[in-house]
Design a protein around this ligand. Structure first.
Ligand code: SF4
Length: 260
């Protein structure tokens, strides 16, 4: 549903608009004008963010933050089927660029409504990533964890290797998060477990881990006990494959395949 001019004007003037109206307005804009396939709202103080390193929680990035708007864009399955390939590697980059532009647009929209807003990139600059590896850190620590944000926003649950699975696309989407002072209504957690291996052990056979061990050197481990995705190992495997981003594990996952 499009936002009416009257509703927009009421919000922009800082009038007494109920949170539910503002929330609907922001979600409609994110879906219909920006073009996100998935949109959810998390409270900035959701417990999911508690384990973020110091300085990386929503209100530490943006003092006074009340909400995090999480947006997802689907991966095109026809292109994913070609992975690893230059076509998929380019698609991966294209989605990241789209997410950055989309988050910028949504942040400006929130600013025009009278609130502060900033976004965290869909993935950090390579130098930030590489510096952690050179310091000898054993786990990659992102500037902001979109996985925690997507779970807090009720968009999915974490699967066998810790990535977010959604009912719509399984693991086949990419994420970005906009932190804002807007007092939006948080979405409830997704109640239904999405990973069929968690629902019924043995039903999937850990396909995500299996294909990674076979083709990419085993960068994916069981989550949470073995840590999930080892980003340093994943990146090294991509480099060995000529710099082609690998999407084999998300391609193999059966969740959401019937719909996507
Ligand atoms: S491939 Fe299987 S085990 Fe891995 S996330 Fe998907 S359903 Fe879960």
């Amino acid at each position: 549903m499009k936002t009416s001019a009257r509703e927009s004007d009421t919000v922009r003037t800082g009038g007494p608009v109920p949170d539910t109206d503002l929330t609907r307005c922001v979600k409609d804009y994110a879906r219909e004008e920006v073009g996100f396939d998935l949109v959810g709202i998390a409270a900035a103080d959701d417990p999911q963010f508690d384990i973020a390193p110091e300085g990386h929680k929503p209100a530490e990035w943006l003092p006074g933050a009340k909400s995090v708007v999480v947006g997802g864009i689907k991966v095109l399955r026809e292109i994913l089927h070609t992975t690893p390939s230059p076509v998929y590697a380019k698609h991966y980059d294209q989605l990241n660029l789209w997410l950055t532009q989309a988050a910028y647009q949504l942040s400006r929209f929130l600013q025009e409504k009278g609130f502060q807003a900033m976004y965290s990139p869909e993935s950090d600059p390579y130098e930030y990533f590489g510096a952690q590896r050179e310091r000898g850190e054993t786990r990659y620590s992102p500037s902001f964890c979109h996985i925690h944000a997507a779970v807090a926003a009720g968009l999915g649950t974490r699967g066998k290797v810790g990535v977010v699975l959604t009912p719509e696309y399984g693991p086949r989407q990419r994420w970005i998060s906009v932190i804002t002072t807007a007092p939006l209504v948080p979405d409830p957690r997704l109640a239904k477990e999405q990973c069929i291996e968690f629902l019924k052990p043995g039903s999937c056979g850990d396909k995500c881990i299996e294909v990674c061990q076979k083709d990419q050197g085993g960068a994916l481990k069981s989550w949470p006990d073995e840590g999930g995705v080892d980003m340093f190992a994943c990146d090294w495997a991509d480099l060995k494959a000529g710099g082609l981003s690998c999407g084999r594990s998300i391609e193999a996952c059966p969740v959401g395949k019937a719909k996507h």
